[in-house]
Design a protein around this ligand. Structure first.
Ligand code: MG
Ligand code: ZN
Length: 222
């Protein structure tokens, strides 16, 4: 009973911080996306491709969360990211809104179109922690089980988009795109899908186009 109360308190404080972040970003017309997945689904690879493609058209800041090491942040800088902020949690298996608010003052919101947060690879608790994002973008790779949406419903319910990544490996396992979509739609009928391969480039164009359009929508809503 006590544990539940403490957890509720932590989450309600997190929600307050997240609301303040959302407000700050909205007042600058900045779109913010929170990327979530299991470890190894290809979040950093997709973000590398995204930066390389859009960095000339959009002003993008990136917060790269990881339990240990700044390896992902280094990769994103190498991919052209000019405003990359490593966020090493030192053991914590999720990011919370306080970690984001602590970084936010370092980001020039007047000169920003898009804030991308790469969460820690974990499909459980990142679902509960609102980071002030407009949307959660979930990734699943074709090397995972296509029943993951059923196993981790919280994450798929709270996500707006599901990127099915590593499509170049389709056919090497029992993973089936139609089944994963069916499972995901059982949890969240509004999910939008992309199918991508960061190795071959398949499907990336559609992803870039959608993302650019969403940035414009957010800007115009300001
Ligand atoms: Mg990563
Ligand atoms: Zn956690």
């Amino acid at each position: 009973m006590k544990k539940i109360t403490v957890e509720k308190k932590v989450l309600s404080e997190n929600d307050k911080k997240a609301a303040a972040i959302r407000q700050a970003l909205a007042s600058h017309g900045v779109l913010s996306l929170n990327f979530v997945s299991s470890p190894g689904s290809g979040k950093t690879s997709l973000l590398e491709k995204t930066l390389a493609s859009l960095v000339n058209d959009l002003k993008i800041a990136l917060i790269a969360g990881d339990v240990q090491t700044e390896n992902d942040a280094d990769r994103l800088i190498a991919a052209g990211g000019e405003a990359v902020f490593p966020l090493v949690t030192g053991g914590s298996c999720h990011l919370d809104a306080k970690m984001i608010s602590d970084i936010l003052p370092k980001i020039d919101l007047d000169n920003l179109d898009l804030l991308i947060i790469e969460n820690v690879g974990n499909l459980v608790c990142p679902a509960s922690y609102d980071l002030g994002e407009d949307m959660k973008i979930a990734l699943i790779s074709t090397t995972e089980g296509h029943d993951k949406p059923l196993k981790y419903p919280g994450m798929f319910r709270r996500s707006s988009v599901l990127v099915i990544n590593k499509t170049d490996l389709l056919g090497t396992s029992d993973f089936d795109v139609i089944t994963v979509k069916k499972n995901a739609l059982k949890i969240n009928a509004d999910l939008k899908f992309f199918e991508t391969s960061c190795r071959t480039g398949d499907g990336l164009k559609q992803w870039f186009q959608w993302l650019s359009a969403e940035v414009k929508i957010k800007k115009n809503s300001n």
